[in-house]
Design a protein around this ligand. Structure first.
Ligand code: AMP
Ligand code: ZN
Length: 118
């Protein structure tokens, strides 16, 4: 169910503008508004889940997670990140540093990433 006021649901509904880079029936990808790397896009399921915590072992959720990762690698390729590599990140909850409570995969590249992440 779509909660009132969810920012990313509004982006899916085109009620808030975004720089869309990829879309299919299951996911939408758009540029992060506050990029933390030279290339930084997000991939989100069109169906609202608050985070990866919300994904169950039901077939529909397993498929959705597959779509999310598959789109992540497609977006990385489309944005020219394959040659030098990239990072895919999901932040979950308070300690994960999640600030938008609609599941999203960060696709980041264009600079070497540190490890461990902060
Ligand atoms: P997280 O901290 O993992 O929840 O990531 C949320 C991300 O959403 C951050 O990197 C924000 O910069 C990004 N973000 C917030 N609002 C928007 C927006 N309107 N369009 C694109 N990205 C956004
Ligand atoms: Zn949402």
């Amino acid at each position: 169910m779509r909660p009132m006021g969810c920012l990313f649901c509004k982006i899916v509904a085109r009620e808030i503008p975004s720089q869309i880079v990829f879309e299919n029936d299951h996911v939408l990808s758009f540029k992060d508004i506050n990029p933390q790397a030279p290339t930084h896009a997000l991939v989100i399921p069109k169906r609202h889940l608050t985070g990866i915590f919300d994904a169950t072992d039901a077939d529909a959720d397993r498929q959705m997670l597959g779509e999310l990762l598959t789109a992540g690698r497609q977006v990385a390729a489309q944005l020219g990140l394959d040659a030098k590599g990239y990072r895919l990140v999901i932040n979950q909850g308070q300690d994960g540093g999640q600030s938008v409570h609609h599941l999203h995969l960060h696709v980041m590249g264009g600079r070497p990433m540190g490890w461990p992440p902060g």
